[in-house]
Design a protein around this ligand. Structure first.
Ligand code: FRU
Length: 494
């Protein structure tokens, strides 16, 4: 009964917007409002529609689930610095996927880590509801200096939370070693129960003889696991492009079709120099064998800032969050935190079984008003979050967003490609993707986060900019004003 958490907090999430809870002498207690607003208001560049930790570093979303009527988000967290470090699981909860209550740190790294000064800890993993509805989490523990010949070892663990989802009560090692041919990179379990086979299944990101690969494990009880097969081996150009391992696998079913999602550590695309890309492929999964419908992987987002996507079934829909970061461009010093999540996305398939990701429809509840153009421009108050939506097909399009300081972000569709151009520390930078036809374009600006959805959610581009931290005005070349809608959003934290 996870709705128990309301025992600690008599208000509803809707009433309080964002709140921080911490353990006090009498149990969980909310921070006083003045202490809250300091954290939030000092950060001019903090996205208003997206989750961010109130302080410290975050990366991958973990353990996503809906328990009762509440969404729970766990995430890779280093509370003691704004850089990656010994990994904890941060925790937040929400009724609507936008307004979050921040909970105390859920899981700490093994106690000896701090003493070692090493970087290991509780790595990524998923939430799993057993047949009796009991929730547990599977995750990777990275143990530094565990093996004299390698600099770390990754083992898989199962963690059971207490009733209120406030702390783990039992962590058990369930898998210590990978099969022959893998390396010390073996992580990020995705576990589910396969009712047809009467088996628990686990997918891990790893490699096989130098190719990034996803490994399938089976278990009769969820605690003792046997290597079953290589679920998927990445095509050779990933290895050639520097990929050493697969990570953050997701594997889920939509309308009877199985979708595999993964990132490939170390890979750089030769033609474009892009890295940090995330891929999907759809297929059938029968008797433990995944048969992709295509030998091409689908690139999920062309912007390079959409990584470690994790999806979950909320009882009605397959939803996902991803981490907005690419390692290359660091957040400027002086900020209390680093790392944010994407908008929650709704996952569906198109008629060719390709994965479509679109904003979760509840985002519309945060709209405040529709803006009308003056002299062809839409002007925003106080750098509010904004969405420009252009319906229908377009032959050629430019959208320009300008910040209060005069920085611009430009989206251009011409001929065969779509380009997103903006300023980075080392000058203007352009992300380009093949695109013959552009239709139904939705572009969101939110304090430095740019998320584009087009062609029904098949074409997505996400960029986290630390230069363009607001959008003061928007302009588009789209002529038919009837098809252009611009919506201003309120802050989810207001
Ligand atoms: C991906 C990743 C995961 C790992 C986690 C560690 O961003 O490297 O593979 O579990 O981050 O923080």
């Amino acid at each position: 009964e996870v709705s128990l958490f309301y025992r600690y907090n008599p208000q509803t999430v809707a009433d309080i917007g964002v709140t921080f809870l911490e353990f006090g002498p009498g149990g969980l207690a909310a921070w006083p409002a003045d202490r809250l607003s300091t954290w939030y208001e000092q950060e001019a560049g903090r996205p208003q529609l997206r989750f961010s930790p109130f302080k410290g570093w975050m990366n991958d979303p973990n353990g996503l689930c809906k328990a009762g009527d509440t969404y729970h988000l766990f995430y890779q967290y280093h509370p003691n610095g704004v850089d990656w470090g010994p990994m904890h699981w941060g925790h937040a909860a929400s009724k609507d996927l936008y307004r979050w209550i921040h909970y105390p740190v859920f899981q700490y790294p093994e106690a000896n880590l701090a003493a070692l000064g090493a970087t290991g800890g509780a790595f990524s993993g998923n939430a799993f509801f057993d047949r009796d509805g009991a929730l547990s989490f599977y995750y990777t523990e990275r143990l530094p200096a565990y093996d004299l010949f390698k600099d770390y070892k990754e083992v898989q663990k199962r963690m059971r939370p207490d009733k209120g989802l406030l702390r783990p009560v039992a962590n058990a090692l369930v898998l210590a070693d990978g099969p022959e041919g893998t390396t010390h990179d073996i992580r990020d379990p995705k576990v589910w129960y396969d009712g047809d086979a009467g088996l628990y299944r686990m997918v891990l990101g790893s490699s096989v003889d130098g190719d990034p690969a996803l490994l399938l494990y089976n278990s009769a009880d969820g605690d003792n696991w046997d290597f079953a097969s290589i679920l998927y081996r990445a095509p050779p150009h990933f290895r050639d492009g520097g990929a050493r391992s697969a990570e953050c696998p997701d594997f889920f079913v939509i309308d009877g079709h199985w979708v595999l999602v993964a990132g490939f550590v170390g890979y750089t695309e030769a033609e474009t120099g892009r890295h940090n890309l995330l891929y999907a492929v759809t297929g059938s999964f029968e008797n433990g064998v995944f048969t992709p419908y295509s030998d091409q992987l689908q690139e999920l987002d062309f912007g390079t800032d959409y990584y470690a996507m994790q999806s979950f079934w909320d009882g009605e829909r397959q939803l996902a969050f991803a981490w907005l970061f690419n390692w290359e461009i660091r957040k400027p010093a002086g900020s209390a935190y680093s790392g944010e999540l994407s908008l929650p996305r709704l996952l569906t398939l198109d008629q060719h079984y390709r994965l479509l990701t679109n904003p979760e429809p509840g985002i519309a509840t945060l709209r405040t008003r529709k803006l009308e153009p003056a002299n062809g421009r839409y002007t925003l108050a106080d750098g509010r979050a904004v969405e420009m939506r252009i319906s229908g097909k377009l032959n050629g399009l430019t959208i320009t967003g300008t910040s209060a300081s005069g920085e611009t972000v430009t989206l251009t569709h011409s001929g065969e490609s779509l380009a997103l151009e903006l300023s980075e520390d080392d000058g203007r930078i352009t992300y380009r993707t093949p695109c013959r036809e552009l239709a139904d374009t939705r572009l969101f600006f939110d304090r430095g986060v740019i998320e584009l959805f087009a062609n029904g959610g098949l074409l997505c581009g996400t960029r986290r900019s630390y230069r363009v931290i607001d959008c003061a005005s928007l302009w588009t070349s789209a002529e038919d004003s009837a098809s252009v809608e611009v919506w201003e959003y309120k802050s989810a934290y207001a």
